[in-house]
Ligand binder design. Structure first.
Ligand code: UDP
Length: 240
């Protein structure tokens, strides 16, 4: 097995990654499979921070959120990410991994508050840190949280796990039969071509700070280890 090419990574998982075949919510089997792979990579000596989304739970609440103040709906979304973070933490700890959840919204009974230096210390000690509640601000996404936290903790790359898609395409492959798979692209090109890497705020942040993004299919969770091993998997977005 080749040496990991990264010492510290930030893994972005959308809430949907936890759904498996369910219409919404979280599938314990799926969470366990992801946890096994995360632990496997952590045991190889890679420091791992995770930003988790909330789409899987939030989707079930969409109806209730309709007509609601945007900020209120967004806070509900952030709370949904906390539920996912706790589920993932539990699955990781069942495997014997040491983890900490840090939340951008204070919920002191269930998670540490986000404290950058503390998060970095956890990582140095080999603990897996899960960042919950996104950036803590409405009008943002967990993609932006991933970019922000990755930069703050000096992660060498963002690993962006997608569901049901192998990486970045020139168009939506489900709608356009001519959609072309892109192996490598610059941040600038991805922004200009409005490609579905992450939202534009998050992508700009990565571009301005030359942070590479590896976009890959999370349906096969072993892809995390492949990326970390330097294998050619999915799409790499990096500065030209
Ligand atoms: N959210 C937010 N600020 C943040 C992160 C998330 O307001 O910094 C809200 C927003 O409403 C978003 C929801 O939380 O739609 C769930 O996050 P996201 O859609 O990014 O999750 P994913 O699609 O990755 O599962």
């Amino acid at each position: 097995m080749s040496e990991p090419i990264f010492r510290r990574i930030l893994l972005k998982l959308s809430g949907e990654a936890l759904m498996g075949d369910l219409p919404y919510g979280a599938d314990p089997e799926r969470i366990a499979a992801i946890a096994r792979q995360v632990k496997f990579v952590a045991d190889r000596g890679v420091e791992i921070a995770i930003v988790i989304g909330g789409g899987n739970i939030y989707r079930g609440l969409r109806g209730a959120a309709e007509g609601m103040d945007r900020a209120t709906g967004d806070y509900m979304g952030m709370l949904a990410t906390v539920l996912n973070a706790l589920a993932l933490q539990d699955a990781l700890e069942k495997l014997g991994a040491v983890t900490r959840v840090q939340s951008a919204i204070t919920i002191s009974e269930v998670a540490e508050p986000y404290i950058r230096r503390r998060a970095m210390r956890h990582l140095e000690k080999g603990r897996i840190v899960i960042f919950a509640a996104g950036t803590g601000n409405p009008f943002f996404t967990t993609d932006t949280a991933a970019a922000l936290r990755a930069l703050e903790i000096h992660a060498e790359a963002i690993l962006m796990g997608k569901n049901g898609v192998d990486g970045v395409y020139s168009a939506d492959p489900q709608e356009d039969p001519d959609a072309r798979f892109i192996e490598e692209i610059t941040h600038q090109e991805a922004i200009e071509q409005r490609l579905a890497v992450m939202d534009s705020t998050a992508l700009s942040l990565c571009m301005d700070n030359t942070l590479p993004i590896h976009v890959f299919n999370m349906d096969d969770e072993r892809n995390i280890d492949r990326v970390v091993s330097g294998e050619r998997v999915g799409t790499v977005v990096r500065s030209g």
